[in-house]
Design a protein around this ligand. Structure first.
Ligand SMILES: [Zn+2]
Length: 271
């Protein structure tokens, strides 16, 4: 997805194309869409969201789920082609920036979690992205939890570990475990997913002590308030020494990463 926005962040024009299996074709599609949405106007800056892992300072990307993209110097390529600053970050960090900038978040310590095909998170302190060793992105989805599963033998994470949170509650995990899409889950199955999410939230709250955890992505939005409420109850029941954070659904819906990329372009990468 590509969009052009004005100085206030209002989206002026947008375009989208399906991802292909070839790097050169993907890059050509992106450049074509940028040209379309620019509409002949000068481009002052660009922001981008992509799956990790990546080197955010050098802008070299290797998104795990797009095997054709390995060590792509995206920042250097885009700056050479378009002659403006280009900033790229992990999609969940960019989504967290969007919620903070456009979603009315006032929390000083803010954790954004996305629960869709896969799972990930971004942690902001006073609006700035928290980064780990050598810029590493913390992977909240790949924590081990005390889980419940009606089909424990089907729990296997795509990262290779046998017991990750993502392997229990992501869209792909739900298909693997329950043999159906999230929207087809029974109330009892939703309860099990909510229990496991709640245990993950409990760990995140215990370790980060955030003010707010906001949850977006297709599975979370599909489960709705009831799902989030159940997970919050499990978190509260098991969280003893740390104050319970607020937990709510994301406010920006499907445009979250796009709006975060706009925020990155407007702030010239200062986030
Ligand atoms: Zn994992």
């Amino acid at each position: 997805m590509v969009a052009a926005a004005d100085h206030q962040g209002n989206i002026l024009r947008r375009a989208r194309t399906a991802t292909s299996a070839h790097l050169a074709e993907d890059l050509a599609n992106i450049n074509t869409m940028i040209g379309e949405v620019a509409g002949g106007e000068e481009i002052l800056g660009m922001g981008a969201a992509i799956g990790g892992p990546l080197d955010w300072e050098q802008g070299i990307v290797s998104p795990l789920h797009q095997p054709a993209w390995r060590n792509v110097p995206l920042k250097a390529m885009m700056e050479a082609k378009w002659g403006c600053p280009f900033h790229v970050d992990v999609d969940t960090n960019v989504a967290a920036v969007a919620e903070y900038r456009w979603g009315g978040v006032r929390a000083g310590r803010f954790l954004y979690v996305t629960l869709s095909t896969g799972m990930g998170g971004g942690f902001l302190i006073d609006g700035k992205i928290y980064r780990g060793q050598d810029g590493a992105h913390p992977e909240v989805a790949h924590q081990s939890i005390h889980f419940r599963s009606s089909h424990p033998s089907a729990v296997q994470c795509e990262c290779g570990a046998p017991d990750c949170l993502e392997a229990l509650i992501s869209g792909n995990a739900i298909r693997r475990i329950y043999g159906k899409a999230a929207e087809a889950l029974s109330p009892a199955e939703w309860e099990e997913v909510a229990y496991n999410l709640g245990q993950g939230l409990r760990n995140m709250a215990a370790l980060y002590a955030p003010d707010l955890i906001s949850i977006g992505g297709g599975v979370a939005v599909g489960g709705g308030e009831k799902f989030i409420d159940s997970a919050r109850d499990v978190m509260k029941e098991h969280l003893k020494l740390v104050p319970a954070p607020q937990v709510g659904l994301s406010r920006l819906g499907y445009d979250t990463a796009l709006r975060g990329a706009i925020a990155m372009a407007l702030s010239d990468g200062n986030y």
